[in-house]
Write a protein that binds this ligand. Structure first.
Ligand SMILES: Nc1ncnc2c1ncn2[C@@H]1O[C@H](COP(=O)(O)OP(=O)(O)O)[C@@H](O)[C@H]1O
Ligand SMILES: [Mg+2]
Length: 253
């Protein structure tokens, strides 16, 4: 029997990034190497302020590393061709849900009818049908993040980077959105790189969980949860893994 080996989508090679601050040089990323595989749900998990957002910006090619390389398997020009869901609701308050979702298509000059049709597909996918004419101020936090997710998918990118997308939500909505993102990912397969500083969220979502350390930020260890989906956070194996990872974060601080 042959086993399909997942293709590599992105490779990070020995990424370094520092900033000059008034107290001297702050080495944030200190030799990060990792691989992102096709269609996986990869979680990057690390404590607050460890450099997760800097790493995501480097992956999205929004920021240049000091050293190292980000290599996309198809050598794509990443800017505008990759979906990003930001920590804060980075959606335009003066634009409707539909206008926010179709924005990337508009930038790229996709004809109006085509981009509207596609935007509507993704609005449906994230469960916002009927709200396409609403403005962000009329939406709850969870719904705003659904807009962000639809907009990221509407780039038609096969890899989506998410930076603590549920960090600002209340616990109940956060659980709901975790279920939603898994449903969306299972319905419309793509590679997701999901950043979190919440261990339970990491174990709920990840095919793989990469633990990052703080000051400097390095890859500490990788975990592959042997838990069937949907995962139950009361399952003893879930709790065991959650506690194992949590104890290692304490050591990594
Ligand atoms: N442009 C910048 N200039 C100076 N310091 C920065 C800059 N961007 C990030 N940092 C610093 O890098 C560290 C990591 O930041 P960040 O990636 O936002 O952390 P995280 O997302 O893990 O909470 C922090 O100490 C932050 O202050
Ligand atoms: Mg951050």
């Amino acid at each position: 029997m042959s086993v399909a080996i997942p293709e590599t989508k992105v490779v990070l090679k020995d990424i370094k990034k520092s900033f000059t601050t008034k107290n001297g040089t702050l080495q944030v990323l200190d030799g990060i190497s990792l691989e992102v595989r096709e269609n996986e749900f990869l979680v990057l998990f690390g404590p607050g302020q460890c450099g997760k957002t800097v790493l995501l910006n480097v992956m999205a090619q929004l920021e240049e590393p000091d050293a190292g390389q980000v290599i996309y398997s198809d050598n794509r020009k990443v800017y505008g061709n990759i979906g990003v869901v930001f920590q804060q609701y980075a959606i335009y308050p003066w634009k409707t849900v539909l206008e926010n979702v179709e924005m990337n298509g508009k930038f790229k000059g996709v004809p109006k009818e085509k981009r509207r049709k596609e935007a509507m597909e993704y609005i449906k996918l994230v469960g916002l049908e009927g709200f396409e004419k609403s403005y962000p101020s009329q939406l709850s936090g969870g719904m705003k993040q659904r807009v962000g997710i639809a907009r990221a998918y509407a780039t038609n990118s096969d890899i989506i980077l998410m930076d603590e997308p549920f960090g600002a939500l209340d616990a109940q909505t956060r659980y709901q959105m975790q279920e939603e993102i898994l449903r969306i990912w299972q319905q419309k397969k793509c590679t997701i790189v999901f950043i979190t500083n919440n261990v339970e969220e990491a174990v709920t979502l990840g095919d793989r969980i990469v633990l990052l350390s703080n000051k400097p930020c390095q890859v500490v260890e990788e975990f592959v949860p042997d838990l069937p989906r949907p995962r139950n956070n009361m399952d003893p194996r879930f709790l065991e893994l959650r506690n194992e990872i949590a104890s290692k974060v304490d050591l990594a601080l």
